[in-house]
Design a protein around this ligand. Structure first.
Ligand code: ZN
Length: 202
C-alpha cells in the first residue's frame, strides 16, 4: 500500500467520511505547501498531549492546571442539582452556547444502535452510574439526545439503567426534545430551538 492509500484509509475512519472524500483530502494535502502540511501534522501530534478528558463530565478540554476536572465542572457557581446527559462534545458546546443552562453535564460518548447486543460498550454507562451515585445534591437529570431512532433507543436504555438510582435518591428524569421535531440532531440545532426544548422539557 502506498502513502496515498494508507492516508486514505485513515481518513475513512473519520465520522461521516467515505472512501471518495477520504481520497480527496489526501490529494488536497498533496497540493499544499510543506509548511501547511507540517503545521497540520504538528497539530495532530500535539492534540492528545494538549487536551485532557474531564473525570467528571468526560468532555475533552484544554489542560491548563493540575485539576482533573474541566473548567465547567470546577466552576463553583455550577448548579449541582441538575445534570444534563448529551451524546457528544459538540452537543455540549451547542447547549452551553445558549447560555440558558448552568448545571452539570455528562458526555455519553456515543449512541446505541437498535438491536445492539452489548449496549454498555457503546456508551459510558458505568461512568454515568458512578457520577450519578456520587452526586448527593442531584435533583434532576435531563436526557438531551437526538430525536431519531438511535437517539430514542439510547434514551430508553439510559432511562432504564438510571431507574434504580433515580428511585433511591428521588431524582426526576426529564427529556429534552418536546420542542424538537423528529429527526433533529442536537449538533445541528440552533440556540433558539435548544432554548425552547430546554424550557419545554418534561
Ligand atoms: Zn467536566
Amino acid at each position: 500500500m502506498n502513502s496515498i492509500d494508507k492516508l486514505t484509509e485513515q481518513f475513512k475512519k473519520f465520522p461521516g467520511i467515505g472512501g471518495r472524500q477520504a481520497k480527496r483530502f489526501v490529494y488536497f494535502l498533496l497540493t499544499q505547501n510543506e509548511n501547511g502540511v507540517a503545521e497540520l501534522s504538528k497539530l495532530i501530534s500535539e492534540l492528545k498531549k494538549d487536551i485532557s478528558q474531564c473525570s467528571s463530565c468526560f468532555r475533552f478540554f484544554k489542560f491548563t492546571n493540575e485539576s482533573a476536572n474541566c473548567d465547567v465542572c470546577s466552576d463553583p457557581n455550577i448548579d449541582k442539582k441538575i445534570l444534563m446527559i448529551v451524546e457528544k462534545d459538540i452537543d455540549f458546546e451547542n447547549i452551553k452556547k445558549t447560555g440558558e443552562y448552568g448545571g452539570k453535564f455528562f458526555i455519553l460518548g456515543g449512541t446505541i444502535p437498535i438491536l445492539e447486543r452489548e449496549p454498555t460498550k457503546r456508551i459510558r454507562a458505568k461512568q454515568l452510574i458512578e457520577v450519578v451515585g456520587e452526586n448527593k445534591e442531584l435533583e434532576e437529570i435531563i436526557l438531551a439526545l437526538s430525536v431519531n431512532p438511535e437517539g430514542e433507543n439510547t434514551l430508553q436504555y439510559v432511562k432504564k439503567i438510571l431507574e434504580p438510582l433515580a428511585q433511591k435518591y428521588d431524582i426526576k428524569v426529564t427529556t429534552l426534545g418536546r420542542g424538537l421535531s423528529t429527526g433533529t440532531e442536537l449538533e445541528y440545532s440552533d440556540s433558539d430551538t435548544l432554548q425552547n426544548a430546554l424550557k419545554n422539557r418534561g
